[in-house]
Design a protein around this ligand. Structure first.
Ligand code: MN
Ligand code: MN
Length: 472
């Protein structure tokens, strides 16, 4: 960040700077240009599987090779179970001297279909789908809004059928209808906001037609199954081995009169995934000393458990494979040392001050739009419970890297003390001995269908990751 040494106040005091006010014109242009392809990415990647496939294509275009399939390549990646992945550019120093890692997550809050979802509703004479939400959603946001159905069916023979319905303007979309206000007096208005929408009544209206003259029982459901069978070759049983997710059907777009913001679904945390990936790809000049790693984890929104979550062995296995690929000892002692020598940005979003609810933040220690990437020394809740509390030494190191690269940054806690809280994967990676700090973009409306970011902060996040990845 630029330092002005003209006045005593500016030497002695700290004040974050507004990107639009202070950044050079060339940087402002870059920030505006950066948002275009980012919106395309948000539209293409609405699930973790789609994010993995899209990223793999981009990596291939940049001559990255699957780890284990190449003997000498310096640009490698690994995908695990189609939902989590890591990619690396091997530096000139041994991997065991530690990597620079940007660690984001690519799962997002959403509404999943249940495993046996389809039924014919006798009260309305419609075919409906039962749902089960995933992650921390506010349920009232997901009713009476157009939804697209994304996911996969895996048939008994192992073959995979992709489904993506509701994104093409010609596609139908789906609705979980909300109750009309005229009749909501007892069902909804008497309840608190968390209970007003009952999760067991978030059923999707799937279809309404039946084949003319069909006298069979459940003819509407049968017609839906007939259509699905024609289009995808599936039967009702195939839903049991499917992963189907309802996501907002509309595309990301600019927001604000000045178009200085981006609204779109899934920016928690695909904004950090995208900026991390772009940062890596823009650092391919072969001059990096330390190995650069970008990690996309899954299941963060539900606690990072399971084989694809950050608690899984995958990221350790990835680094072990990098060690052996680079001709280094990949035994457990050397792997432990590699982690303990590593520096990690837990790349996840934080909450920017919302003009309607400034009271949930403590402004002096909260992230503001347009003031750069947000750094959080700790997350968690209450008395810093369940957190990686980054040490002062690493905090200083990261700030030095960002200052040297003239990146706009700011410190920010997620809300004021005891207001609530939230976590990231920082502590999971810190448990492996790495230096970790949270560093990501401030959003408004996090976990909503239309999350919003500032283009200045989007670009600053990219610039921060780029500087960090190639730092010595
Ligand atoms: Mn997140
Ligand atoms: Mn989240």
């Amino acid at each position: 960040m630029k330092e002005k040494k003209t006045a005593k106040k500016q030497v002695l005091s700290y004040e974050r700077q507004n990107f639009w006010k202070e950044a050079p014109a060339a940087e402002i242009k870059k920030a505006n240009d950066f948002a275009g392809p980012y919106k395309d990415f948000l539209n293409e990647c609405k699930t973790e599987r789609e994010s993995v496939v899209w990223t793999q294509e981009l990596l291939k275009a940049h001559k990255f090779q699957p780890l284990g399939k190449t003997k000498s390549g310096k640009k490698v990646y690994s995908i695990f179970r189609g939902k989590t992945m890591a990619m690396a550019v091997i530096g000139s120093k041994p991997v065991s001297e530690g990597v620079n890692m940007v660690a984001a997550h690519i799962d997002t809050p959403r509404v999943d279909l249940k495993q046996n979802p389809l039924y014919e509703d006798k009260s309305s004479d419609m075919a409906c789908m039962r749902t089960h939400y995933y992650g921390g959603i506010k349920k009232y946001q997901w009713v009476s809004t157009p939804l697209a159905l994304h996911g996969v069916f895996v048939k008994a023979d192992g073959s995979l059928i992709n489904l993506r319905l509701g994104e093409d303007p010609e596609d139908p979309v789906f609705i979980i209808p909300d109750l009309l206000p005229h009749l909501a007096r007892k069902e909804q208005y008497t309840k608190n906001i968390g209970d007003a929408i009952d999760a067991s009544r978030m059923n999707l209206v799937f279809s309404g037609m039946q084949e003319p003259g069909n006298e069979e029982k459940d003819a509407i459901k049968l017609y839906a199954l007939t259509l699905l069978n024609k289009k995808y070759g599936i039967t009702e049983k195939d839903f049991i081995s499917a992963e189907l997710q309802l996501v907002p059907a509309y595309p990301a777009r600019d927001a604000g009169l000045d178009a200085s913001m981006v609204v779109g679904y899934g920016q928690d945390d695909r904004i950090c995934a995208y900026t991390g990936l772009k940062a890596l790809l823009d650092n391919l000049d072969g001059k990096s000393e330390r190995t650069m790693v970008v990690y996309f984890s899954d299941k963060e929104e539900v606690g990072s458990h399971g084989s694809t979550g950050a608690h899984s062995i995958f990221i350790q296995d990835f680094l072990a494979s990098l060690l052996s690929h680079n001709g280094e000892d990949s035994g457990s002692a050397n792997l432990r040392r590699t982690f303990m020598n590593s520096r990690i940005l837990s790349a996840d979003v934080t909450a920017a001050v919302d003009p309607n609810y400034p009271g949930v933040h403590e402004r002096q220690n909260a992230v503001l739009f347009n003031h750069g990437v947000g750094i959080s020394k700790f997350t968690g809740s209450g008395g810093k419970s369940v957190t990686n509390d980054a040490d002062a030494e690493f905090t200083a190191k990261v700030i030095r890297i960002l200052d040297d690269a003239e990146v706009f940054w700011q410190m920010g806690e997620l809300g004021k003390v005891d207001e609530g809280g939230g976590g990231t994967i920082a502590y999971i990676l810190a448990n492996l001995g790495a230096e970790v700090i949270d560093c990501g973009t401030g959003l408004m409306g996090m976990h909503s269908l239309y999350e919003m970011c500032s283009k200045a902060d989007l670009y600053s996040t990219y610039a921060a990751y780029k500087a960090f990845l190639k730092s010595k």
